[in-house]
Write a protein that binds this ligand. Structure first.
Ligand code: ZN
Length: 249
């Protein structure tokens, strides 16, 4: 039996920058088993930590960096500004921005969006975890604000990629009247209980001044493609796949 290889998905928008390395890692090529099969990077859903460590090591090897930053993601809006290595304490945040090189910024998801951001002029990268709670709090807009205020990025120079995540085909919110603020009901599909969070994220970025052509959605729904990506809605007990971005020296 052949061992499945690591399979990385990339954004076309980022591919022409030699100083940028990024990837959305699918389930393939790891050592976890059963519902975590196989490249799970999440430690909080019950997988063997030894397997998760090995999976994380493989991803770093593929990224070509020695170091990585994993966040303690809490569905909030806090954006961590990474200015120096701080391995001591866990970073509680749902987004991270840096201009440091040779460090992989990792977001872990299973239906939520990983949103990768890159300013090629200022050489600044960011990675955001935006589930529906993050989306209705506009964590993506918050991250772009941090990039412009703390790193002097121009929104017109920022490129963004939205990872595989819950698509409008599957993002059903039966209790949307209680869960989704009314301002976002325009993203509900007419006559249905499904929401288009991909469009919501695009609009939030356009509102901050990003150019339409600089936003790329992979258009891959995780629930429809649970064989390739972890999907919480599809499987409940499952792993997390990695969305990763780093700057080369
Ligand atoms: Zn779907």
């Amino acid at each position: 039996m052949g061992r499945p290889e690591i399979k990385v998905f990339e954004f076309k928008l980022f591919q022409r920058f030699p100083d940028l390395v990024h990837g959305v890692f699918s389930r393939s090529g790891g050592v976890s088993s059963n519902c975590f099969d196989s490249l799970n990077v999440g430690l909080s859903s019950g997988d063997d930590p030894v397997c998760v460590e090995e999976n994380r090591r493989r991803i770093l090897a593929r990224m070509g960096t020695q170091k990585a930053v994993f966040l303690n993601q809490v569905h909030g809006t806090n954006i961590h500004v990474l200015k120096q290595e701080n391995r001591e304490e866990p970073i509680i945040a749902d987004g991270v921005v840096t201009d440091m090189q040779e460090i992989s910024l990792v977001i872990q998801v299973a239906d939520c969006q990983g949103v990768l951001l890159f300013d090629h002029e200022k050489k600044v990268i960011a990675n955001v975890h935006s589930g529906w709670r993050g989306s209705v709090q506009n964590i993506i807009g918050n991250c772009i604000d941090v990039m412009t205020t703390r790193f002097k990025c121009q929104p017109g120079n920022i490129r963004a990629g939205i990872s595989p995540s819950l698509g409008p085909c599957c993002a059903e919110f039966i209790n949307y009247r209680d869960e989704i603020p009314k301002a976002f009901w325009t993203y509900k599909l007419p006559g249905k209980l499904y929401f288009d969070f991909w469009k919501m994220s695009c609009d939030q970025m356009l509102d901050k001044g990003l150019k339409k052509d600089n936003i790329e959605t992979m258009d891959i729904c995780t629930q429809c493609n649970a064989d390739k990506f972890y999907s919480y809605r599809q499987e409940k007990k499952t792993g997390r796949f990695a969305c990763v971005i780093s700057l080369k020296n």
